[in-house]
Write a protein that binds this ligand. Structure first.
Ligand code: G6P
Length: 611
C-alpha cells in the first residue's frame, strides 16, 4: 500500500525520492507525488505511475536538499491528481505524506471547516496537515511539538512525514500501525515505508515503534512518544543488499523469485537443524518448551497466501505433532469474539509482517493471554516485534506482489516447527527427526528439478491463456496448494479460478465443467491417490480438460490426463514445497502472454497496512 520516502541532507533530494518511489512501486499504488523544499514548497503530483510523475516534473524546478515522495493506494477519495499526496496545510507552508487511515477525519474536518479551513481534496490526510498547522498557530509552538499535539487528537493508523517551509532543517515522521523506517547516513537521513529505498545509501536504520515521532532537526535524530517521552533509538545494521531488490536479469521480480526458491528454502532451513543428531537450533522451541508441551490448541492467523501456508501448517501440526489446529483469516478472527485461552498458541503468518488485520488479530489474542509466534519474512517488521517468539523465513526481499518464495519458506518453517513440537510432546523420536531432516535437506535440489518444467508450462500457457475459468483440485496436503494455485492465477492474470478440495467438486463446481474448462489436479502418489483419480475420471466424463501435477514416473494419471507435469517424489508432508512451483509458473506465463502487469497487478497491494 502507500509508499513513503523522504530525504534530508547534502545530496539532491529529487533523484533519491524518484528512485525510492520506484523501489516502492511493488507495494501497489495508483498515484504518485513529491514535495521539495527549496525556499518555496514545490509540490508535483498526479494520478498514475512514478514515470507519469517524472513527466509532470520535466523541466520544472526540482532542486532541493529536503523533500519527500509518496505513492498512494486510494482509500478515502478516488485516485486523481487532487487526492494524490503530498497534501498542504491551509497556508501551503506545511506538507504531509501519509500511509494509513485517519478514522476521525470527518469530525476533525468539520471542526476545522468551522474555523475557516478550506479543503481541496477528499482525503483524510489533508485534514491531518490542516490540523497540525491549526495546532501550531494556536499554541505558538514548534513544528515537531505541533505534530505531537495533533497526533493526540487523531484516531486511526498512520505513518506520516511532515516538512515545513518555515523549518528547512527539519524532517518529522511518526508512526502508529503503519511502518516507518529511518535511515541514518553520514550527515543525511532518510525515511521510508520499508528499507528498499534506503539501502543503496546506508545500512544503518531504526524502525519506529507505534506512537513514536522521529524528528530530525539540524542533523540530529530524536525519537519521542506522542506522550512526550524521549526514547533512545535502537539502530540496527541491515543485511539486505541491493542485488536482492533488483531483477538480476529476469524479466519480472515474480519470475526471479520463483527461480530463487531452491536458495530461499535452503536459507530458511539453514542452521536450524542437524540431520545427523536430530537436534534443532530454533530459539522458539528452546525458550518455549514448557508452553509447547502443555498447549491445548494452535490457532494460525494470516491473510492471502500466508493463510494458505497456515492451512498447510494445520495439516502438518495435526499430522505430525497431533495438536488440534484452527486456521483463521485474521480479518474474521479479530471481529468475531473468538474463544482464546492462555494455553493457546497463536501463530501469525505474514510475509511483510505489517498486514493490519494480522497485527490486530495478534493484539486481540495477546490481550486474552495467548502466546504468539510470528512467522514473517521482513526483518524488523511489526509482527515479529509484537510476538513473544517466532522465526524469520529468511527468503530475502519479495518484491512481486504475488507471493511465491515467501509461501514455500513459510511452509518449510512450519514443517520444522511441526517436528519440533512433535518431539517436545513425545510424538516423534530422534530417528523420526533424522529421517525428516534428511528429506528436508533434499528439498532445494528437488525444487531446482521441478523448475525444469518451465518450458512445458510455457506451452500450456499458450494453450490456456484465453480460458475464462480455471478449477484447481487437491486433497489433503494438496488442498491448500490448489487454493494457492487458483489465487496466483486470479491475482496476476485476472482469470477467474477456484481452488477446491478434490472430493468437494461433486458438491458444486462439477456443474461448471465442460470442454472449455481446464482443471488443474494435483495428483501425486499419496495415501489418497486413488480417490484423486476418481475425481479426475469425474471431470473427464464431463469432457473437462485435465492438467495433472503428478509424481515422477506416474503412469496411471498420465493415461487419463490431457497434460501432465511431473514433480520429484518426497514425503507427502513436504510435497506442497514442490507442487506449488508449476502452479506459480503457470500463472506467471499466462499473465505474461495476456500482457498483464505481473509484478504490480491492478488493485492489489503487497503489504496491506489498512483494514
Ligand atoms: C496482500 C498480498 C498477498 C499476501 C497478503 C498477506 O494481499 O497481495 O500476496 O499474501 O497481502 O500479506 P502478508 O504480508 O501478511 O503475508
Amino acid at each position: 500500500m502507500c509508499g513513503i520516502v523522504a530525504y534530508i541532507g547534502p545530496r539532491e533530494a529529487y533523484p533519491i525520492l524518484i528512485k525510492g518511489l520506484k523501489r516502492l512501486e511493488y507495494r501497489g499504488y495508483d498515484s504518485a507525488g513529491v514535495a521539495l523544499l527549496n525556499g518555496s514548497m514545490n509540490v508535483y503530483k498526479c494520478k498514475g505511475k512514478v514515470s507519469d510523475l517524472e513527466k509532470v516534473t520535466d523541466g520544472k524546478n526540482t532542486h532541493a536538499h529536503l523533500g519527500m515522495g509518496h505513492t498512494r493506494w486510494a482509500t478515502h477519495g478516488e485516485p486523481n491528481d487532487n487526492n494524490s499526496h503530498p497534501h498542504l496545510s491551509q497556508s501551503g507552508d506545511i506538507a504531509i505524506i501519509h500511509n494509513g487511515i485517519i478514522e476521525n477525519y470527518g469530525s476533525l474536518k468539520e471542526e476545522l471547516t468551522n474555523r475557516g479551513h478550506v479543503f481541496t481534496s477528499d482525503t483524510d490526510t489533508e485534514v491531518l496537515v490542516h490540523l497540525i498547522e491549526d495546532v501550531q498557530q494556536n499554541t505558538h509552538t514548534t513544528l515537531d511539538e505541533a505534530v505531537r499535539l495533533a497526533l493526540n487528537e487523531v484516531i486511526g493508523a498512520y505513518a506520516i512525514v511532515i516538512i515545513s517551509k518555515n523549518d528547512p532543517a527539519k524532517l518529522i515522521g511518526a508512526r502508529k500501525g503503519s511502518p516507518l523506517v529511518i535511515g541514518i547516513g553520514d550527515s543525511e537521513f532518510f525515511m521510508a515505508s520499508d528499507a528498499t529505498p534506503i539501502i543503496e545509501y546506508t545500512k544503518n536504520v531504526t524502525y519506529l515503534n507505534d506512537n513514536e515521532i522521529a524528528s530530525i532537526i539540524d542533523g540530529k535524530l530524536t525519537v519521542k512518544t506522542i506522550d512526550n517521552v524521549e526514547h533512545v533509538p535502537y539502530i540496527q545494521t541491515l543485511e539486505m543488499n541491493l542485488e536482492t531488490i533488483e531483477k538480476g536479469g529476469y524479466e519480472h521480480f515474480m519470475l526471479k523469485e520463483i527461480h530463487e526458491q531452491p536458495r530461499s528454502i535452503y536459507d530458511s532451513l539453514r542452521g536450524r537443524f542437524d540431520p545427523h543428531t536430530g537436534m534443532f537450533a530454533m530459539r522458539s522451541l528452546k525458550e518455549h518448551e514448557g508452553k509447547i508441551k502443555n498447549l491445548k490448541r494452535i490457532i494460525i492467523v494470516g491473510c492471502g497466501t500466508s493463510w494458505h501456508a497456515g492451512l498447510v501448517g494445520e495439516y502438518l501440526f495435526e499430522d505430525i505433532a497431533r495438536i488440534p489446529v484452527e486456521v483463521e483469516y485474521a480479518s474474521e478472527f479479530r471481529y468475531r469474539n473468538p474463544v482464546i485461552n492462555e494455553d493457546d498458541l497463536v501463530i501469525a503468518i505474514s510475509q511483510s509482517g505489517e498486514t493490519a488485520d494480522t497485527l490486530a488479530a495478534i493484539e486481540l489474542a495477546k490481550e486474552k493471554g495467548a502466546t504468539i509466534f510470528g512467522l514473517c519474512n521482513v526483518v524488523g517488521s511489526s509482527i515479529p516485534r509484537t510476538s513473544h517468539a517466532g522465526a524469520y523465513t529468511h527468503a530475502g526481499p519479495e518484491i512481486g506482489v504475488a507471493s511465491t518464495k515467501a509461501f514455500t519458506s513459510q511452509v518449510a518453517i512450519l514443517a520444522l516447527w511441526a517436528f519440533g513440537f512433535a518431539e517436545i510432546r513425545g510424538k516423534a523420536t530422534k530417528q523420526d527427526l533424522r529421517n525428516a531432516f534428511a528429506e528436508l535437506e533434499t528439498i532445494p535440489e528437488k525444487v531446482e528439478k521441478t523448475l525444469q518444467c518451465e518450458d512445458q508450462i510455457k506451452e500450456l500457457a499458450k494453450i490456456f491463456k484465453d480460458s475464462k475459468n480455471f478449477l484447481y483440485l487437491g486433497r489433503g496436503y494438496q488442498f491448500p496448494v490448489a487454493l494457492e494455485g487458483a489465487l496466483k492465477l486470479k491475482e496476476i492474470s485476472y482469470i477467474h479460478a477456484e481452488g477446491y478440495p478434490a472430493a468437494e467438486m461433486k458438491h458444486g463446481p462439477i456443474a461448471l465443467i465442460d470442454k472449455e474448462m481446464p482443471v488443474v489436479v494435483i495428483a501425486t502418489k499419496t495415501a489418497i491417490y486413488d480417490k484423486v483419480i476418481s475425481g479426475i475420471q469425474e471431470v473427464k466424463a464431463r469432457k473437462g480438460i485435465i492438467i495433472a501435477i503428478v509424481s515422477e514416473g506416474d503412469t496411471k494419471v498420465r493415461a487419463m490426463a490431457d497434460y501432465v507435469i511431473e514433480v520429484p517424489e518426497t514425503k507427502e508432508y513436504l510435497e506442497p514445497l514442490l507442487t506449488t512451483i508449476p502452479l506459480q509458473l503457470l500463472s506467471y506465463h499466462i499473465a505474461v502472454l495476456r500482457g498483464c502487469n505481473v509484478d504490480q497487478p491492478r488493485n492489489l497491494a503487497k503489504s496491506v497496512t489498512v483494514e
